[in-house]
Design a protein around this ligand. Structure first.
Ligand code: FMN
Length: 288
């Protein structure tokens, strides 16, 4: 298998383009943060990595609390907008028509339209070069009720979560497994379960068959879970920000005029990300 190496870069994908809220219910701000993740299960710890130049940075430093709101695909336009415009100049909640809902345990609001939200209290701040990492305890989590079934079981797939890959937004593809499925024991010819190498060979077949189908969804913490297959990632789009400002501005204005809430994109027909022709192929080197 031939491979090519590049200069070091932030090629981790897919990542969640989280809508992070800071401030208070009365005076909230929201920004997009793709450099976010889970650090530990017990105590439940998360982090967000934020540049000191962001308007949100000072608010977070002072308030010490934030909410990681996971957006659904229908919120992609909002996610992009709040990741381009600064709360120092615009009320992003108002412009985007998103709802600040009172959080359970922290001052910053939850974005009502987001299917899942993690409320966090900062415990440590670590300078990390361009960004500062805010490490936090997850003190409460919430989800929209539609994600729960009659038994109260959380169905993440109902959230139609958005993924960020290489400077582009994607929906999640089809489910290709679940946590621990590689250890499932398929039934042999006699109807009895077979384990060991035969079982794994069988599940590996399944992985090969699903190659190219998109990302997998794994339950719980990812240790030992099936690898997720996705394209290489480009960093957060700071270099793209200026470029995109102009067009984003136009769109935002247009939508405000029509009175349509910013987050209401037309419903998508398919949940599968459609491959599209990459006009910039070959031109991208060194862009980020
Ligand atoms: C997809 C995406 C991901 C981003 N990820 C980060 C990030 O991880 N950390 C960060 O500091 N800024 C990130 N940004 C940029 C900020 O969201 C952006 O500068 C925003 O306008 C800051 O808002 P504020 O000035 O109101 O705080 C991202 C932007 C986008 C569109």
């Amino acid at each position: 298998m031939k491979r090519k190496s590049f200069n070091p870069g932030t090629l981790l994908a897919p990542v969640p383009p989280a809508m992070v809220t800071v401030g208070t219910l009365e005076e909230p701000n929201v920004l997009t943060v793709a450099w976010t993740g889970i650090l530990a299960t017990h105590p439940a710890k998360a982090y967000v990595s934020i540049r000191p130049s962001r308007h949100s940075y000072g608010i977070l430093k002072e308030g010490g609390e934030f909410v990681i709101n996971l957006p659904s695909a229908s919120l992609a336009r909002v996610v992009d907008y709040v990741g381009i415009y600064t709360g120092a100049k615009v009320d992003k909640f108002k412009v985007c028509g998103i709802t600040a809902v009172k959080s359970e345990k922290v001052a910053p609001p939850t974005v009502g339209e987001c299917p899942v939200a993690l409320e966090c209290v900062v415990t440590d701040v670590m300078p990390m070069g361009t960004h500062d990492v805010f490490i936090a305890d997850i003190v409460s989590v919430s989800c929209r009720e539609e994600l729960l079934d009659e038994e109260g079981k959380l169905h993440f797939e109902r959230g139609d979560l958005l993924a960020y890959v290489h400077g582009e937004y994607y929906t999640l593809g089809e489910r290709v497994g679940r946590f621990g499925f590689s250890t499932d024991k398929p039934k042999g010819r006699t109807g009895k379960e077979v384990g060991g190498a035969r079982a794994f060979a069988k599940s590996s077949e399944a992985v090969r068959e699903s190659k190219g189908a998109g990302s997998a969804s794994a339950k719980g913490e990812p240790e030992g879970a099936a690898e997720k297959k996705k394209a290489s990632a480009k960093g957060e789009p700071e270099n793209m920000v200026e470029k995109k400002k102009a067009s984003a501005k136009g769109e935002a204005k247009g939508e405000e005029k029509s009175g349509r809430p910013f987050y209401l994109d037309a419903p998508r027909k398919s949940t599968k990300a459609k491959p599209k022709k990459d006009k910039d192929k070959g031109k991208r080197k060194g862009k980020n």
